[in-house]
Design a protein around this ligand. Sequence first.
Ligand SMILES: [Ca+2]
Length: 241
Amino acid sequence: MARVLVVRLEQGLVNGLHGKYYTWKGDSIPEDFSSLEKLYERIDPQINFVWWDKPAPNVPADKFAVEWTGYLRVEKTGLYRFYIEVDDGGRLWIDDTLLIDAWKEQPPTVYHSDIVELVHGLHKILFRFFNNEVFAVVRLGWITPDGKAEIIPRENLVTKKSDTIEVRGLPDKYKVELWSGEPLLQATVEKGKAIMNASKLKEPVDAYFKIYDEKGELIGESPVIRDVWGGDVFEITIGKE
Ligand SMILES: [Ca+2]
């Protein structure tokens, strides 16, 4: 088999959380985010905001809601507490468990979660927030096992840049598969690029590529690449045997 050399040109895994900014109509506070109108998206490095006016371009200062998603990177296994400060309401889930439920109109108020044990690695975060009327405050912090209370640092928040993984450098009609024990994604090279739909990669994976020529013959496998995720761009070179 040929040697497959891989260079990562762009990293899909980025620090921060993916924020989706919505508005709603009517007098009741929003419950079902799927019914809200999405106005803006961006990566927020930390959740630590005081807004007297619009929270983001095109988003009104009143009646807006934000959903932040991504992962918490825990470096040390241990006991953690989370806290939020919100005006108006917020709800925090870690690993799909609702830890803080403060979904009401209120002046800036701090809420703490119960103590949770988190193991080293990535933990899913979902944080929802709404503001009914000016002004707005939203902060997301934690108390680490050594007792330090802080806004969660950007280094400890990760999300993905997009839902595609791109591979460059191979001849057209070659096929690329991404494997991690089993085939996860695949694409055929067209106009110098294989573009894989990576929306099903919910978290970063350690994975490798298998490369097939235009006849469908396996010609080589890459070394394992750490933390492959949506937004990654790779350049692959086929070396001599
Ligand atoms: Ca408010």
